[in-house]
Design a protein around this ligand. Sequence first.
Ligand SMILES: NC(=O)c1ccc[n+]([C@@H]2O[C@H](COP(=O)([O-])OP(=O)(O)OC[C@H]3O[C@@H](n4cnc5c(N)ncnc54)[C@H](O)[C@@H]3O)[C@@H](O)[C@H]2O)c1
Length: 272
Amino acid sequence: MSIEKLFSVNGLNAIVTGGASGIGLGFVEGMAENGAVVTILDRDAARIESEVARLCGLGHKVFGEVVDITDRPAMRAAFERAAARTGRLDVTFANAGIDPGEGFARPDGGRNPGSEIDAMDDAVWDRTIEINLTGVYNTVKEAARQMKPHKHGSIIVTTSIASKMVGGMVGTPYMPAKAGAAHLVRQLSLDLARYNVRINAIAPGGFITNIGGGHTHKAEVQATFAKLIPLGRMAHPDEMKGLALFLASEASSFITGAEINIDGGMLNGMAQ
Ligand SMILES: NC(=O)c1ccc[n+]([C@@H]2O[C@H](COP(=O)([O-])OP(=O)(O)OC[C@H]3O[C@@H](n4cnc5c(N)ncnc54)[C@H](O)[C@@H]3O)[C@@H](O)[C@H]2O)c1
């Protein structure tokens, strides 16, 4: 089979949560540039408007809806509308997520006492679990509901290297939320396999995006990460495109329940 056919996403109908920015937007671009019909579900109305206008202006088939992934009735309605565009939903990228703020450790070796467990703001815990874990559950549930009758589909969940390692510089609630999402993917790979619906996770580390107010755009943050990442730099969301095409297409037809690192080697060890 030719490489064009093996990795083809032409004509596929895809939903991307958190697709208006960062890693999700990289996925949207990779799919749309190669002929997929893509619906962005995001809570950021302004970014949806500008990105949909930009991508449609380039001749791509991209739609957008303002939806919060924690709003179950709104998610159901949005999935139904998006699936109806071609009559079948082929791909879902469950990617929307947040950074819960500072961890208990500071890069200078100091501490953030307000992020230590005994002082933690319960609202930060609740919100992080609600979006980064329950939001994934809500998204995957709607995707499965659309895909099962067609016995076909690929679901991709954005976890993080935080699903496999811990560290004090990231807010504590992020760790169990991402580990939970990763384990949910493994569990659902068993549930969905008999319906020929594949589900996999990607575990990014160190992408320059707008997460957490956009602190990864700062030169000093990039320099700190660069020292930790074996490849010596942070990633650009464009670098999601290859994985998007691989996991969305027939090229990954026998892969389900996997969690693929996209982290410049960081999970194998910090740079020496
Ligand atoms: N940037 C990194 O280094 C990194 C590393 C590991 C994992 N991740 C994960 O990647 C995913 C994407 O993050 P990003 O870095 O691209 O950040 P980003 O802020 O650039 O993009 C996230 C998008 O998700 C949307 N969103 C957030 N909460 C939402 C909600 N409740 N409902 C609907 N939309 C919502 C935001 O509006 C935004 O457009 C997240 O799950 C994040 O945890 C990022």
